[in-house]
Write a protein that binds this ligand. Structure first.
Ligand code: DGJ
Length: 726
């Protein structure tokens, strides 16, 4: 069993293939954290608990160790608030008597095979009970009677764990949850660098690395989405860790709204990490007998560097996060009209797109924004999900039949959480959007945000969507979200519950996404938020791919895709070839192949040469699909570190195939280019399909491939495919 409990020493040990996680039930039922790191066989770690020394200005629990045990300096599993530990808390509950002292101690536990789901929230899942084991620990604040259940699930073979928390109000009074982190990990030292992903619209998920320093360093969102600006991912890696070397701890929250990741280096130079719902603008009234579930944190540890950390996340998400029909089968290669036409299109025009798509081997046409209501610009129409038959030249079913008759599948765009100020829906229901009394509503892209905390609002939108989606054969839906939340209030909640609206909103979004996936199980859903503004595991639970960025420039995409790959697999990244200014179609295709591939342009404008390239890319898409979508990623040359080139490689699980891509961002002064491959079988021989030369895996990884005349110009690129020979 990967989870064990030594009842004599009262020590829990959670093992994965690569890690051990150890903590104990200490005196007075404190849960003291002892170790998280490379796998170890034993747990003789009591020296890591601090009972020996007196720490000035750190309060003691006089019942323990002659008054020498201070909650302020010990490492804890789930620290509370205001009861002797001054570091950042994991949980703070405002009691009925007005104070928010919270002190959870161990009560009982159970260990079992499998993994429970979390009501109303996305979470990793198992198909067979033997794929994971779970530890549940019940803790209680003896004064208030409030309890928490700490959930730890171990994916033994994948070097990963998940953690989440349920708060239960067993008292007879209403309390307010002010802060509930999904996990806390107390590291004993601070010799780590913190990795995080920052950005903005069109420039999502740039990688940033900083050494930890005393005090707090954090990434967070309070935008009502996981955001373009900071992703709910962070890692602590040992100082000096590289792609291939060193301890790496990755954290990723399965949540699509306000989050926080904090790393606080304390007076003893230990580091407390907490991650969960951002407590700023959060509060939850928990009535007697009610329970509240936190979202879950995914925690990955490897001793083998940042690259391996990413590969563990990728394997885990492909198997235990992505769901439904499109998890394992090939996704349709699509063409989307947005960059070509905006909202200014006709049905006949899109039929010509489908005709060209058919000639080129593309599988599906996606009709983007502008097909409904009075939606001819971004100033109007959101919420009026009735088909604009004038624009399409007939009913949606007639239009889709024309597309399908060409042998092309059809997909459609929606932005279900939004409402235009200029829309029939807003005129009929002005109180259906988020707002607070007597205060003007901020506008974003000329639109307001629907109050998805309300069941009636969600029912109406889902009903309208259902009518359209069931009226004909729709194979794909792009779910967009083009602004963040402001004046976050709901017309139907009492004053004391207004702090719940951010969380209730995202629960509402998940509810509608869930209903959609159940009503249309064969439909592929791609999420989007002005590009990649809601690229997180919560969203991926409902849609196996997400539009990575509105920026389709292949050189800009390099940093976006490298950053995104920190924890998200290639199969989740929507990546399209567009008509953007920089580079030729070759490089656009080579970069977009690293993802769920497609086109975003007017195919009527292709020259004969363009068509030749596109047909080749379509063939490459099919040939390399498995190695990219199911293989292991190796980041070889990072655009965050090298200003001349970027290179990456996919290797199939059985190491029989490898695909290398290299892009020159800026002409390099050296003519000779040597790239050392990674992840191959040293004992296998591989043929380079370009040259028919055969090399051992050992040679390719140690000597590398050598291109003596690689005077590649800005924006040029190449791919190389290696296949094992018998
Ligand atoms: C933002 C998306 O990222 C684009 O791809 C496009 O769908 C537009 N919204 C449509 O309004």
């Amino acid at each position: 069993m990967p989870i064990s409990f030594d009842s004599e020493k009262r020590i829990f040990k959670l093992d994965t293939a690569t890690s051990s996680y150890i903590f104990e039930i200490y005196e007075e039922n404190y849960l003291v954290h002892l170790y998280y790191g490379a796998k170890i066989p034993d747990s003789n770690l009591s020296a890591f608990r601090y009972t020996g020394g007196f720490a000035s200005f750190s309060p003691q629990n006089i019942n323990i160790a002659d008054g020498m045990f201070s909650p302020d300096i010990n490492p804890f599993e789930y620290p509370g608030n205001g009861a002797g530990d001054f570091r950042t808390s994991a949980v703070a509950i405002r009691n009925a008597d007005g104070n928010n002292v919270t002190d959870m101690r161990y009560v009982s536990h159970k260990i079992y095979s499998g993994k429970p789901s979390i009501e109303g929230l996305p979470a990793l899942y198992v198909e067979n009970e033997n794929e994971a084991s779970t530890l549940e620990i019940l803790t209680e604040d003896a004064t208030t009677g409030i309890q928490t259940v700490l959930f730890y699930t171990v994916f033994e073979n994948l070097g990963a764990m998940t953690r989440s928390v349920k708060v239960i109000n067993n008292s007879d009074k209403t309390v307010e949850i002010e802060k509930v982190m999904s996990a806390c990990v107390d590291f004993h030292t601070y010799d780590y660098d913190m990795l995080s992903l920052y950005g903005r619209w069109g420039k999502e998920r740039s990688l940033e690395r900083r050494p930890l320093a005393h005090g707090k360093q954090l990434v967070a969102s309070k935008r009502g989405s996981s955001s373009h600006h900071q992703n709910p991912f962070a890692a602590l890696v040992e100082n000096g860790a590289t792609e291939d070397y060193g301890s790496a701890y990755g954290f990723n929250l399965v949540y699509s709204s306000n989050f926080v990741f904090e790393a606080e280096v304390n007076q003893n130079s230990g580091t407390r990490v907490v991650m969960g719902i951002n407590p700023e603008n959060f509060g939850w009234q928990l009535k007697s007998g009610e329970a509240f579930n936190s979202p879950e944190v995914v925690m990955v540890y490897t001793p083998d560097g940042i690259g391996e950390m990413s590969r563990i996340f990728h394997r885990l998400y492909r198997k235990h996060l992505i769901r439904g029909k499109w998890k394992d089968i090939k996704r349709p290669l699509l063409i989307n009209n947005w960059e070509a036409t905006g909202m200014d299109f006709t049905g006949d025009q899109l039929v010509t797109f489908a005709e060209r798509a058919k000639e080129l081997g593309i599988d599906m046409l996606v009709m983007d924004d502008g097909w409904f209501g009075d939606r001819n610009s971004d100033r109007s129409g959101l919420g009026d999900w009735q088909v604009n038959e004038e624009k399409l030249g007939g009913s949606l079913a007639e239009f889709v039949n024309k597309i399908n008759a060409l042998g092309i599948k059809f997909g459609i765009w929606y932005e279900p959480e939004m409402i235009s100020r200029d829309s029939n829906l807003y005129r009929a229901h002005p109180d259906w959007c988020l707002h607070v009394p007597n205060r003007e509503k901020s506008i974003g892209r000329h639109q307001y945000v629907l109050d998805y905390s309300r069941q009636d609002v969600r029912d109406y939108i889902f009903g309208e969507m259902y009518k359209v989606l069931s009226s004909c054969k729709i194979d794909y839906l792009k779910w967009d979200f083009n602004r963040n939340l402001t004046e976050v209030g709901s017309a139907i909640l009492p004053a004391e519950q207004q702090k719940e609206v951010f969380h209730r909103f995202v629960l509402g979004t998940y509810d509608v996404m869930d209903r959609l996936t159940k009503a249309f199980p064969d439909m592929l859903i791609e999420n989007c938020s002005g590009g990649g503004g809601r690229f997180d595991p919560g969203t991926l639970y409902f849609s196996p791919q997400i539009w990575t960025s509105d920026n389709t420039d292949p050189i800009e995409r390099l940093t976006i895709q490298f950053g995104t790959s920190m924890c998200y697999p290639a199969s989740t990244m929507g990546a399209h070839v567009s008509a953007c200014r920089r580079t030729g179609y070759d490089t656009k295709g080579n970069v977009a192949l690293w993802g769920s591939f497609g086109y975003e342009l007017d195919p009527n404008k292709f020259t004969e040469e363009d068509k030749r390239i596109v047909k080749r890319q379509v063939a490459e898409y099919h040939k390399y699909y498995d190695v990219i979508h199911f293989g292991d990623l190796y980041r070889l040359i990072s655009p965050f570190e090298n200003h001349f080139r970027a290179a990456w490689e996919f290797v199939s699980e059985d190491k029989s195939e490898a695909l290398l891509t290299c892009v020159t961002m800026r002409r390099h002064p050296d003519r000779m280019l040597i790239i050392k491959l990674k992840g191959l079988d040293p004992d296998k021989y591989y043929v380079d399909e370009d040259t028919d030369e055969v090399y051992s895996g050992a040679l390719l990884m140690n000597a590398g491939i050598c291109l003596p005349n690689a005077e590649h110009d800005d924006g040029q690129s190449f791919i190389k495919y290696f296949k094992a020979v018998e």
